[in-house]
Design a protein around this ligand. Sequence first.
Ligand code: SF4
Ligand code: SF4
Length: 202
Amino acid sequence: MIGTGILKGMAVTARNFVGSYFDEERLITVQYPEERNPLPENYRNFPFLLYDGDDPHAGLRCVACKICEKECPPQCIYIVKSDDKKPDYMGKPQFYPKVFDIDISVCMSCQICVEVCPFEAIKMDKDFELSKRERFNHLLQRKEELSKPNEYYHSICPTEAADVDAKLAAAAEAAAKKKAAAAPAPATSPAPSGSSSASASS
Ligand code: SF4
Ligand code: SF4
């Protein structure tokens, strides 16, 4: 019958409206911004850059390889590579971004930059309160605003961050083992003259 769907919908609304006075579970709205629903771990918004330790410059994982800039579908990442190098988390000298901007008015939260980064240096944030009154420059997120510590990553995505830490630790351990295996063996001191005859006579 025409209109049955509307009546059913109104019945659900009425049940929730009246029920909400007796059962908190039926309160299906929250009083934002005073109240907030917890965000699921896989919720994502715009990307951010990760750094280890306390120093956003020294610990920045990004090596300015520009893969994310190239692969970003709407081309909203802009990177300028440094002229000098700094050690990465394994102590290897690497370039770093002198400039790293993301235009959040263009970013479509596709996460492709995260997928293609070989250095676990860029991840998706959950911060969605980024609206600005000003247009243009204020919608550009600079390296300084984008850089956040690994502890922050753990606080928003604990499972994923623990997996990434384990992966990086395993890579660092494998690299250390490879380096140790490639190192020349320590030179053995020549045997003192007459030692062979001494052992033969014993
Ligand atoms: S999430 Fe997508 S659109 Fe946004 S910066 Fe990354 S690759 Fe570009
Ligand atoms: S975030 Fe990753 S892919 Fe992008 S430039 Fe830095 S290291 Fe390269």
